[in-house]
Design a binder for this molecule. Sequence first.
Ligand code: CDP
Length: 214
Amino acid sequence: MSKPAIVIAIDGPAAAGKGTLARRLAAHLGYAYLDTGAIYRAVALKLLKQSIDADDTPAILAAARSLDPDELNSDELRTDRVGEMASQIAAIPALREALVEFQRTFAANPPGGAPGAVLDGRDIGTVICPKADRKLFVTASAEERAHRRYLELTGKGEQVSEDEVLADLKKRDERDQNRATAALRAAGDAYLLDTTNLGIDEAFAAALDYIAAR
Ligand code: CDP
């Protein structure tokens, strides 16, 4: 039997730098990478395109079950509108349940025969992979996260103000932290990485030190 895959769980609030860090760690370690937010966003995008409401659970579950992995790579996923819808539907327990198996299968059998997997999201270290080999909880101040998200969105041509982005982000944090199922919180055994005053290279170095030291 081959060795069990090494699993690295990275959780944290919106725009804390999880995605950039997770992608870079995966590339460095030769592991597969799964952006679990993209799954919620892909379901949200389907709903928006089909004019399905955020409270129509049967239609949402049908959309989730018909999701094609190729849909996780769409350029349309990273808009504010899709993020907001993703955060609304992510509070539906039946939807979360429907997406568990896909995420656990990815972690246990990383595509391409990779020796490990990096998953980023909100509940990877707490619910999806509570036995992950390494857990990071990546945060930054709301203002710094709003600034980064503002640059990301305007860089892609979206017309938004930094104040709007900050208000939206706080609303999303509040919803993610207070939902009844799989609320956003750091696992007790997670390494806390505050990137408020760290550039990408510094955050990467700190994460690698933690991964190597355990
Ligand atoms: O990039 P950003 O951090 O803004 O968001 P994302 O990671 O793409 O996730 C979009 C939304 O999906 C979040 O606001 C969460 O509500 C939800 N989500 C979740 O509930 N659980 C996950 N594992 C990943 C995302």
